[in-house]
Design a protein around this ligand. Structure first.
Ligand SMILES: Cc1cc2nc3c(=O)[nH]c(=O)nc-3n(C[C@H](O)[C@H](O)[C@H](O)COP(=O)(O)OP(=O)(O)OC[C@H]3O[C@@H](n4cnc5c(N)ncnc54)[C@H](O)[C@@H]3O)c2cc1C
Length: 453
């Protein structure tokens, strides 16, 4: 580690997926990494209060899984050993696209590791637990970030410990992975510094989730499924993946006034009312293993820290604190892991600098822009199809929509386009990978057919 160290102590606020991934990125470059988490952290794969979303389906996209494996070499092995279910992309996953039908079952040669969110988090926590210079302090709530009187230089945090004492920790760097950036925004406000613009897309999304024992007569042609609604006329979706313990986690979603019920009869009726009967037929005789959990997600929010000219030295928001994505597209954990991997690369590149922490945050904000922008645009365009969705539509909205429709049609017919589209959607490749003359030719062909229909 000597020679790579650029600071004595770094404090990470929050031991969610962003905070854990960040700890993995920071460990090589600071003498001590302290992760402060307000919750008590269970040693089992069970949900906890601070991450209410953990009771709902969480897909770890291959792009995020790869980033976590880059940060923690044993992540994938440990996730498999803990009972996650590897599904072959996209052979084992039935993607039901309204108006087109299911995308063809094709084997692209990579896996989606399916597990409950508590298990994914537990396995990540164990990776962090192996890093000898990282201390995790559960039951420790950060009350405020401390800074120089003008707010331009962060000095540490004040926290409330598990036994109710207040403690001040000094830090060369504070990473805000608290999910809503509340400590960062409070510091900016109290110091009279500008706060970031927030771009919001009001989707008014509701989730209801339960689990089923996977029955003996489960379908053999798919193992996980996504049934998307025919937008904008319909707004019910269904997403079901296997998880450890031979169960299916099923999340039903509704938007803009549609709320999936949280009682058995209503839930089954709602499942029957999805775009197709595939999920209903799979679960109608299956044994339900848990109660119903609900979650309301009013809006996706992107805080444009990248647009702030100046930012306090020694402070870095990451993960949901930067951007909360519509969960339907399963991007949040993966985007957070990719941001953490980028942070590690940035720190590596600064080791030999005289002042490695100078302007770290602005560099991070600008370099992480593509890692946020790509998943944001992928979900914003289909979300904005609903006229009631609140948010600014880009000037070229209609043509982007047409393009996306044509791309999906091309993916149906052409395995190479399907593969490339899956790589982009699963955050393995940037959207620019689709700017390929061969892909463009096929999309143009579909566009002219669509115009003729
Ligand atoms: C319903 C739902 C479903 C989702 N499904 C998916 C999915 O399928 N795939 C996917 O990749 N992502 C999904 N996500 C997104 C995903 O959960 C997050 O994007 C991801 O976990 C990264 O979050 P985070 O670590 O930045 O924040 P969080 O998960 O919110 O974690 C923040 C942590 O900080 C702690 N904390 C907060 N304040 C303090 C404080 N003051 N002091 C100390 N600790 C504090 C909290 O207790 C918590 O542990 C979903 C989200 C929702 C809401």
């Amino acid at each position: 580690m000597v020679g790579r160290v650029i600071g004595k102590q770094v404090v990470v606020i929050g031991a969610g997926m962003a905070g854990l991934a960040a700890a993995g990125a920071l460990a090589d470059h600071f003498e001590r990494v302290i992760v402060l988490e307000r919750d008590r952290l269970p040693d089992q794969a069970v949900p906890r209060l601070g991450t209410a979303q953990a009771r709902h389906l969480h897909a770890l996209l291959p792009g995020g899984q790869r980033a976590l494996s880059d940060l923690f070499p044993h992540f994938e092995r440990d996730l498999v050993e803990a009972g996650s279910v590897p599904l072959r992309m996209s052979r084992d996953i039935r993607m039901e696209i309204p108006g087109l039908g299911p995308l063809p079952s094709r084997d692209f040669g990579w896996f989606l590791y399916c597990a409950s969110r508590p298990l994914i988090e537990l396995i990540t926590r164990r990776q962090v637990g192996r890093l000898t210079n990282v201390t995790m302090r559960p039951g420790c709530r950060v009350l405020e970030i401390t800074a120089s009187p003008d707010g331009t230089m962060v000095t540490g945090v004040v926290c409330e410990t598990a036994d109710g004492r207040q403690e001040t920790l000094t830090a060369d760097l504070v990473v805000d992975a608290s999910g809503r950036a509340a400590p960062t925004l409070a510091l900016l406000r109290s110091s009279g510094l500008p706060t970031p613009d927030e771009i919001a897309i009001g989707i008014d999304l509701h989730y209801t989730t339960t689990t089923f024992a996977i029955p003996e007569d489960a379908p053999t042609d798919w193992r996980g499924i996504a049934t998307h609604p025919h937008a904008p006329e319909r707004n019910r979706g269904g997403f079901m993946l296997p998880a450890e313990g031979n169960r299916w986690v099923l999340t039903l979603s509704g938007r803009l006034g549609e709320r999936p019920p949280d009682e058995p009869e209503g839930f089954m009726d709602y499942a029957r009312g999805l775009e197709t009967q595939t999920i209903y037929n799979a679960i109608k005789h299956a044994k339900r293993e848990s109660g119903f959990e609900r979650y309301a997600f009013p809006a996706s929010v992107w805080r444009r820290f990248d647009r702030l000219g100046e930012f306090p030295r020694g402070l870095l928001p990451i993960g949901d604190s930067l951007c909360r994505f519509n969960p339907v597209y399963g991007q949040g954990m993966s985007a957070a892991a990719q941001q953490a991997r980028l942070l590690k690369q940035l720190l590596q590149g600064r080791v030999t600098k005289a002042d490695p922490l100078a302007r770290l945050a602005p560099a991070f904000f600008s370099e992480s822009l593509p890692l946020v922008e790509a998943p944001w645009n992928m979900s914003a365009i289909p979300d904005l199809v609903y006229p009631e969705t609140r948010g600014d539509r880009p000037a070229d909205f209609e043509s982007r929509l047409q393009y996306n429709g044509a791309l999906l049609r091309a993916a149906m017919h052409d395995p190479a386009v399907h593969r490339l589209l899956a790589e982009v959607q699963q955050l393995l490749k940037p959207p620019s990978a689709l700017q390929d003359p061969a892909v463009d030719r096929l999309v143009q062909l579909e566009l002219s057919q669509m115009a003729a229909e």
